[in-house]
Design a protein around this ligand. Structure first.
Ligand SMILES: *[C@@H]1O[C@H](CO)[C@@H](O)[C@H](O)[C@H]1NC(C)=O
Ligand SMILES: *[C@@H]1O[C@H](CO)[C@@H](O)[C@H](O)[C@H]1NC(C)=O
Ligand SMILES: *[C@@H]1O[C@H](CO)[C@@H](O)[C@H](O)[C@H]1NC(C)=O
Ligand SMILES: *[C@@H]1O[C@H](CO)[C@@H](O)[C@H](O)[C@H]1NC(C)=O
Ligand SMILES: *[C@@H]1O[C@H](CO)[C@@H](O)[C@H](O)[C@H]1NC(C)=O
Length: 472
């Protein structure tokens, strides 16, 4: 059944088995060379709820060069219901500068840092302030994990910071914690995972469009470190670490970021076969990302009246890499020139003529597009990055529509090699501001809220997730 054939149809019921959870053996498309999971402050190895094995860091070969007195192991006094035992319940606390040294292969690495700012013995965690460097890069400066969780909405007890750092030939990866004067530093867990060489750094032969600055090309090579801000499975559901392509990335659904005045429609077909390519290999993003989308809707007339819009809170004074993942899998879209749309990033036209079928060369063929955006320092250190899609429609085209399958946003280090923002920072995950413009809907146009239920079977357990649809 095609939505296009039923433009008046507002209630769509998709009841199906999701491919990733039907018990079919996953074949990971990437096997990391380096995979280190360190449970800081723990004396022995243990397994986290997601089935991964973490090594304790007591007597760890990774911190041999520090004096005995530089650090101590602690256990949190209380376990918040939202935090898992491993790696959060134990911490290593640093009274003076402390370096972990990881002997890893050359190349780009994901570095994930796990923080649970809780009470450890008699230490006042609100007094913890520290800086953190990774080789020559500054990741954190006078950082307060306590203020960071206090500023997050919805409220959380723990958080993970994810970075991409390239380790050069004959180099090790050094993570150095430096407590601010008369303060202390801490960490609960460290994860290091290698990745394919050119997954995010496109290199000097492939300059990226540079928005917000007159010169319009940006060279993103492996001398730049990145910090992940957002990674979304647009139109789909959350994807956990074990369902990534081998790099243990999590992908979140996009509902918290879509402008709620007009959320469009989502589709998650049961049996889409994604045709990965040399340019977009299977490790780029899981089938679940390319196999679900959010689109504007079946009504071309209405689509021309609005933008499909997402808002993301970010720090000012940095460049950002915005990666958009696309895959046109709707069977009725068979050729270029059927669906063409504008891509606006912070009011600037990133693409006047996005024709995914033209770019990809076929139905169910995935691709991604990268843009770099400069966010100038404004009156606030927090700013919003706004992504908007709008049909580019004329008589040649069949439909006025636009869609997106996935999205990633990374902060890039500044020219001084720093990724640190002033603290407290509102971390990635904050919802959009409340005083955003509301979509004007004529009162005689009917609005329906349609709930689509996707059923999925987890080893005998039925899990239900709901998607909200809005149509007019
Ligand atoms: C960094 O990028 C250059 C150019 O693409 C490549 O030759 C080199 O091997 C990369 N270095 C590492 C350590 O990945
Ligand atoms: C770190 O932050 C604290 C609290 O805002 C401030 O008092 C202190 O001066 C800062 N230290 C440095 C080195 O910036
Ligand atoms: C986009 O344009 C609108 C209207 O001109 C303006 O209010 C808004 O601040 C702009 N947003 C950005 C991020 O430049
Ligand atoms: C869509 O966004 C662009 C860029 O911000 C803006 O110029 C345009 O007016 C918006 N269109 C609608 C219908 O809101
Ligand atoms: C990131 O830092 C490195 C080393 O300090 C520098 O060479 C590179 O140009 C920086 N990247 C950006 C985008 O400024």
């Amino acid at each position: 059944m095609s939505l296009r054939d039923h433009p008046g149809l507002c209630l769509v019921l998709l009841l199906h088995l999701l491919p990733s959870v039907t018990g079919i053996k996953k074949s990971l498309s990437y096997t990391p060379v380096d995979l280190i999971l360190l449970d800081c402050g723990a004396s022995s190895s243990s397994t986290s709820l997601d089935g991964r094995t973490w090594d304790g860091d007591a007597d760890s070969k990774f911190h041999a060069s520090n004096p005995e007195t530089a650090s101590s192991a602690f256990t949190a006094s209380q376990q918040d219901p939202s935090v898992t035992q491993v790696p959060y319940m134990t911490a290593r606390i640093f009274q003076s500068q402390f370096t972990y040294t990881f002997p890893v292969s050359p190349g780009p690495k994901f570095v994930r840092l796990y923080f649970y700012p809780a009470t450890y013995s008699n230490l006042d965690i609100s007094k913890s302030r520290f800086s953190l460097s990774a080789n020559t890069y500054t990741l954190l400066n006078n950082f307060s994990a306590f203020l960071t969780v206090s500023a997050m909405k919805p409220s959380v007890a723990s958080f993970i910071k994810e970075y991409i750092i390239t380790v050069w030939d004959n180099q090790k990866l050094d993570l150095t914690f430096s407590p601010s004067p008369s303060s202390f530093a801490f960490i609960n867990g460290i994860e290091i995972i290698s990745m394919p060489n050119n997954l995010y750094a496109s290199g000097n032969n492939n300059p990226l469009p540079y928005l917000g600055i007159d010169s319009n090309q940006f060279y993103l090579d492996n001398t730049t470190a990145l910090e992940k801000f957002y990674r979304l499975n647009v139109g789909g559901q959350d994807i956990n670490r074990n369902d990534d392509t081998g790099m243990h990335r999590t992908w979140l659904q996009d509902l918290n970021y879509i402008f709620s005045g007009a959320v469009g429609f989502v589709i998650v077909p049961p049996d889409v076969k994604i045709q990965y390519t040399m340019k977009t290999p299977a490790y780029t993003a899981p089938v679940m990302v390319y196999g679900s989308m959010r689109f504007m809707g079946p009504d071309s007339h209405l689509n021309l009246k609005y933008n499909l819009t997402w808002y993301f809170s970010i720090d000012a004074g940095f460049n950002y890499l915005v990666r958009l993942h696309f895959c046109e899998f709707r069977p009725e879209e068979t050729r270029s020139d059927q669906v063409v749309f504008y891509i606006f990033i912070n009011n600037q036209t990133a693409e006047p003529y996005a024709d995914i079928m033209l770019w990809s060369g076929g139905n169910s063929v995935p691709l991604y597009k990268d843009y770099v955006l400069w966010i100038p320092k404004g009156s606030h250190s927090k700013q919003y990055l706004c992504l908007a899609l709008h049909p580019n429609f004329d008589k040649k085209r069949t439909y006025a529509d636009a869609f997106l399958n996935g999205l990633e946003i990374f902060k890039l280090n500044n020219s001084g090699g720093s990724l640190a923002s002033p603290c407290p920072e509102l971390l990635a995950g904050s919802p959009p501001p409340e005083n955003l413009p509301k979509l004007k809907v004529k009162t005689n146009e009917k609005r329906f809220l349609v709930v689509i239920v996707v059923g999925s079977v987890f080893g005998g357990m039925l899990a239900l997730s709901c998607y909200l649809f809005l149509c007019f």
